[in-house]
Design a binder for this molecule. Sequence first.
Ligand SMILES: Nc1nc2c(ncn2[C@@H]2O[C@H](COP(=O)(O)OP(=O)(O)OP(=O)(O)O)[C@@H](O)[C@H]2O)c(=O)[nH]1
Ligand SMILES: [Mg+2]
Length: 346
Amino acid sequence: MKNPFDEFYHVPNSQELLDIAFKRSMKSSAQVSKNAPILIKAKKKESKRIKVAIEEIINRILKIIKTVPILDELPEFYRELADILVDVDELKLTLGKLNGILPVLHKIEREHLSKLNRIEAPKEGDQIRRSAFGRVSSVIYKQNRNLEYLNKIRGSLREIPSIDYTMPCIVVAGYPNVGKSSIVKNISTNKKLEIKEYPFTTKKLNMGHLEIEKRFHKIKIQCLDTPGILDRPMTKRNSIELQAILALRLISDLILFVFDPTPASGYRVESQIELYNEIRHNFSKERQIEIIIIFNKMDLAKDSEINFLKENLDINDSQFYLTNALTGENLDKLIIDLKERYRGNE
Ligand SMILES: Nc1nc2c(ncn2[C@@H]2O[C@H](COP(=O)(O)OP(=O)(O)OP(=O)(O)O)[C@@H](O)[C@H]2O)c(=O)[nH]1
Ligand SMILES: [Mg+2]
């Protein structure tokens, strides 16, 4: 499913909104016969300007409200992710406030059009239009914080990856700085992933794809890079970690758990093991989702460090991949394994 926030377009601030509306309004021309009296011409011209400006603003506000999906109707993954990324109550309140000014704008329009009807000199028409624009501006300026808030959260909601529920999804998880993004970059089509020597480089979910050739057709597998997770209680986890937890909980078909056996990541191996056990118990066992274990940074890892992990996880050499995500060493074996799993019995 395409990211439901994909069509949440740029939200203009108050000034932009007013500029657009007033510009359109002043360009508008009323249909009035050349020979009509000047007073009639003035009335028609100004009433058209008022109508165009207010209509433009109302339409734009309605469009903003409509492009934000109704959160309660979204699939669980998107709904919960939106909940992590933004304050959903504040979002609803903001949309409500914007909706609330629509009747006010209609009222300003009605009042000024009726005043225009009663003018006795053409120059009064200009004054009434100015007064209408003044009232509209003051209503819209008061919405500036709401408009800017919407535009701000739009940034993070639009970055949510599109998930195809009909395709398998491998979720790559582990402690920060262990090489998750380096692995996804190496094995998938997503070559844009940011890789840095410090933890929490990845702050959001990023999708990549792997293509698998079946006998008669190709299938695509999704491969999701996630932010690092620390071994700590769920209530202490921040919104960056929670995105990874959510992906594990709701969209993983297979988990690649990445360990850094060396001190390079800056985190203790014992803590990584604790996290692995939590994920195994909470997100894999019940749903019978398999975990593939990766010991990354093999170029740095000492035998003693690898053995320590093996012993503590109680696994043998055939139960993990020893990889170097920078050179790709042994990742080819991992890809073959993944392809075997998804190729199934052709
Ligand atoms: N020597 C060595 N360095 C590696 C290897 N894999 C990754 N690195 C380095 O480890 C650092 C972290 O790599 P990332 O791929 O950003 O790690 P990550 O797990 O995605 O990190 P976060 O997004 O911060 O959680 C970078 O400096 C990488 O160059 C490896 O196999 N060997
Ligand atoms: Mg990363």
